[in-house]
Design a protein around this ligand. Structure first.
Ligand code: CA
Ligand code: CA
Ligand code: CA
Length: 302
């Protein structure tokens, strides 16, 4: 009888395996990589993102990220969620501020329906504020639902954070099919802006400097890979053409080859996160994703 109970328990755990919210991101708990930091130094030693993950099941959305911090600075960590429908916050660059009064606007898409924000207090080495912020159409509704855990201290800054929230708390009766996500670090105060972001974006540059206080940050987002959550994880790839680049969501680096419209090869590159094509001659290019039959078009203008 005892053996039967243990067997059933094990089967249940295997079927419903989902991340454990303990502030430690481990490979076995099902996290799927959305994107990785593509900046050499991010916003500096205390403001440097690492990897961004998600997981979902019928009841919950899970989000997690790691950093490359080696110092502990006062910061805001933000995540945007665009469930594709309904329309959400976009903002006018240089004019509008987001839910936590940072000069962060979005590319349209994404149109953001939810922002999740955590405040990291550098001196105490801890999170001292959290909000999950819903765009109402004209402003933000602030709540603090869900469950998060993190690791880090006053020496190293935040190292890893895991968050779980029920779809029902995000007011979805049925979880959305496709979600688009962005992760960033902004300054400690109102009217600061992003200094590091996943996916990489041309409006946020490497190295911090004036990025802390500029107002031009117009972030894109990255589609969460459609994933198989039970049984083996199959490699999933999602490439989205945007102006002057390709956003790549995959659980491994993806090799992309770019061609001119006449078929002439332009480049082959391994990509995680974002392939910036801004430096190419303007025009329409065709891309092919290695190992798949997928091709598409991307437009470069200046
Ligand atoms: Ca965990
Ligand atoms: Ca900027
Ligand atoms: Ca900035």
């Amino acid at each position: 009888m005892k053996r039967l109970v243990v067997g059933l328990l094990f089967a249940t755990v295997a079927l419903w395996a989902a991340p454990t919210i303990d502030g430690v991101i481990t490979p076995g708990e099902g996290w799927i990589l959305v994107g990785s930091d593509a900046y050499a130094t991010g916003g500096g030693a205390g403001a440097h993102l690492g990897d961004f993950y998600y997981y979902r099941d019928a009841a919950y959305l899970y989000l997690a990220f790691s950093t490359q911090n080696t110092e502990s600075w006062n910061l805001a960590y933000g995540i945007a969620l665009d469930p594709q429908d309904p329309p959400g916050y976009v903002g006018v660059p240089g004019t509008d501020v987001d839910a936590w009064n940072r000069y962060i606007t979005f590319d349209n898409p994404p149109t953001v329906n939810w922002e999740f924000y955590w405040y990291w207090d550098g001196a105490s080495g801890s999170i001292t504020a959290f909000n999950e912020c819903q765009w109402t159409g004209s402003g933000w509704n602030y709540q603090a639902v869900g469950n998060y855990a993190y690791t880090g201290d006053a020496a190293t800054g935040l190292q890893q954070l895991e968050y779980q929230v029920a779809w029902s708390d995000l007011e979805f009766n049925i979880p959305p099919d496709d979600i688009c996500l962005a992760l960033w670090i902004a300054g400690a105060d109102n009217n600061t802006s992003a200094v590091d972001v996943i996916p990489q974006d041309p409006t946020v540059s490497d190295g911090g400097g004036s990025e802390w206080t500029d107002t031009d940050d117009q972030l894109g987002c990255i589609m969460a890979p459609v994933a198989v959550h039970e049984g083996s994880l199959t490699p999933t790839i999602r490439v989205t053409p945007v102006l002057n680049g390709l956003r790549v969501a995959a659980d491994h680096p993806v090799t992309i080859t770019l061609y001119r419209a006449n078929g002439q090869k332009v480049l082959t590159q391994s990509v995680s996160g974002f392939l910036n094509l801004r430096n190419l001659e303007k025009g329409v290019y065709l891309y092919h994703i290695a190992g798949t039959t997928e091709t598409g078009k991307v437009v470069v203008i200046h």
